[in-house]
Design a protein around this ligand. Structure first.
Ligand SMILES: O=P(O)(O)OC[C@@]1(O)O[C@H](CO)[C@@H](O)[C@@H]1O
Length: 415
C-alpha cells in the first residue's frame, strides 16, 4: 500500500486508542480470558481430531492469556507473509496487551494452524465449525419459512413506490435481527434450538436510517449492491432474502457477497457456506423456501449473485487499511451492506471513540455509500445521543454486549 493511499484511507478525526483485553472488567477481557478458551474447547469436542491436533489446541488454550504472541508455523498457508507483518509489532506481548480485535483474529487463525487446516493431510480445508454452522441452519427452519414467505409476497407486490419501500425496510430489519444469532456467543447446545425472530420492536434500533436508505434504493435500476457478509446460518438467510428481493425487482442487476477466505469467528460465512445454504433451501419441503433456493441458484448461474472471498476479511486490520485493489473493487458498488458486530468494530478500528462521535465522521474513508446492520455485542459505538447514553444503562445494563439492541446506520459517499 503506498503511503499516500494510507492518508486517503484514514478517518478525518484524531484516532483514539484501540480496545485491549487488558482493560479489567471489560467485555474484551472476558472474551479473551473466558470465551476464546471455551471456543477452542468446543472445537475439540465437536471434531474427532487425532491426539496430535487435540494437543495443539490444548497448547493454544494454555497460552491464553499470559502466553506470548508468536509467528505462525503453518508454512504452506497462503496468508503467512501477511500474518508475519501483522504479528511483528506485537511479538512478545501477551494476549491482553495486544489490540482486542488482533487477539481475536489471531486466535481464530491459530485454531487453523492447530488443526492443520492449510496443510496437506486429512484435515486440510476441514472447517472446524462446520457442525455449528449446519445446526444454525437446521434449527431455524421455521423462521426460514416465515422469512421466505415474506420475501415471496414482497416480490409479488413490488408495484408502487410505498409498497416497495415498506417491503425493503422490513427485509432490512429482518437482516439486522438475524445478526443476533451468533454462534461464537451462543452456541447451539446439543438438541437445543436457537430461538430466532426476524422481527423486533423498532425501539430496540438505536439509530434507524431505514427511511433514508429505502428512499435511495427504491429508485435504483439495475445497479450493483454488495454485502460484506457476517455469519452463516440464519443470518445468511436474511442476507439472501434481501438479495433475492433486490435482484427479483431489478433494483440490483448484480449482488456481490464478500466472504471470509477461511473459517473464523465460529460462524462467519465462506463461499462454500453460501452454496451449501442455497442447496439446503432448494431441497426444502416448504414450497416458499424451495422457490427461494431455486431463484438463488438461477442468480448464481446467471452471474447476478457473485461470491468473492478475500484474505482482507480475515485479517486483523481496520477497514481503512484495506488493500488498494479491494478499495477500487468496492468503489463500483452503489450500496454496501456491512453486516454484524465484528465488521462494525473494523469500520471504526475497534477504538475508544466517544459513543456520540458521528459515525460518518469516522467512516468518511469508505469506498462507497454503505449501511451498517449491527447488533451490539462489544463495547464500541458511534452516532448515539447523550440521552441514549443516559437512558440505556437503566433500561438494560448489558445493552452494549447482549445483541438485543441494533443500529441501521447509513453513511453516504463523501468524495
Ligand atoms: O460479527 P458478529 O458475528 O456479529 O459478532 C462477532 C462478535 O461480536 O463476537 C464476539 C462477541 O464478543 C466479538 O468478538 C465479535 O465482535
Amino acid at each position: 500500500m503506498t503511503p499516500n493511499n494510507i492518508q486517503k484511507l484514514r478517518p478525518s478525526l484524531p484516532i483514539p486508542t484501540e480496545i485491549k483485553g487488558a482493560e479489567i472488567g471489560s467485555f474484551a477481557h472476558f472474551t479473551v480470558c473466558v470465551r476464546l478458551p471455551e471456543i477452542a474447547q468446543r472445537v475439540i469436542a465437536e471434531n474427532d481430531f487425532p491426539l496430535s491436533i487435540e494437543q495443539n489446541l490444548q497448547v493454544l488454550i494454555a497460552e491464553i492469556p499470559n502466553g506470548k504472541i508468536r509467528d505462525l508455523q503453518d508454512v504452506d498457508a497462503p496468508d503467512l507473509a501477511d500474518w508475519t507483518g501483522y504479528i511483528e509489532p506485537y511479538k512478545g506481548n501477551n494476549w491482553l496487551e495486544v489490540p482486542w480485535y488482533f487477539a481475536e483474529a489471531y486466535f481464530y487463525r491459530r485454531i487453523l494452524e492447530a488443526t492443520t487446516y492449510f496443510q496437506v493431510g486429512s484435515w486440510q480445508n476441514v472447517d472446524p465449525y462446520e457442525k455449528q454452522k449446519r445446526l444454525g441452519l437446521e434449527t431455524t427452519i421455521d423462521a426460514i419459512g416465515t422469512l421466505s414467505e415474506f420475501g415471496k409476497s414482497a416480490i409479488a407486490s413490488a408495484t408502487d413506490i410505498e409498497t416497495k419501500k415498506n417491503a425493503f425496510g422490513q427485509l432490512l430489519s429482518a437482516d439486522l435481527w438475524g445478526n443476533r444469532v451468533d454462534l461464537s456467543l451462543w452456541p447451539i447446545l446439543e438438541g437445543g434450538s436457537s430461538r430466532v425472530e426476524s422481527t423486533r420492536e423498532q425501539s430496540f434500533i438505536l439509530v434507524d436510517d431505514t427511511a433514508i436508505i429505502a428512499e435511495k434504493v427504491v429508485n435504483f435500476q439495475n445497479l450493483r449492491i454488495d454485502f460484506i457478509v457476517d455469519n452463516a446460518g440464519f443470518e445468511l438467510i436474511g442476507d439472501l432474502c434481501l438479495a433475492d428481493y433486490l435482484l427479483a425487482s431489478n433494483l440490483a442487476a448484480v449482488v456481490h457477497l464478500h466472504l471470509k477466505a477461511h473459517p473464523i469467528f465460529v460462524s462467519d460465512a465462506m463461499s462454500k457456506d453460501v452454496l451449501y445454504t442455497i442447496e439446503f433451501l432448494a431441497q426444502a419441503t416448504d414450497v416458499n423456501v424451495k422457490e427461494l433456493g431455486l431463484r438463488l441458484k438461477d442468480y448464481i448461474e446467471q452471474g447476478r449473485l457473485i461470491c468473492q472471498e478475500n484474505l482482507f476479511w480475515t485479517s486483523p486490520l481496520a477497514f481503512w487499511e484495506m488493500p488498494e485493489l479491494l478499495y477500487q473493487e468496492l468503489t463500483k458498488s452503489s450500496l454496501i451492506i456491512v453486516k454484524g458486530d465484528a465488521n462494525y468494530r473494523r469500520t471504526i478500528g475497534d477504538r475508544h471513540w466517544e459513543y456520540t462521535t458521528p459515525y460518518q465522521s469516522i467512516t468518511s474513508y469508505f469506498p462507497a455509500p454503505f449501511v451498517a446492520l449491527r447488533t451490539l455485542k462489544s463495547e464500541v459505538a458511534a452516532g448515539l445521543s447523550t440521552e441514549q447514553l443516559e437512558q440505556l444503562p437503566q433500561q438494560d445494563a448489558q445493552w452494549l454486549t447482549n445483541g438485543q439492541w441494533g443500529v441501521i446506520q447509513f453513511v453516504d459517499r463523501h468524495h
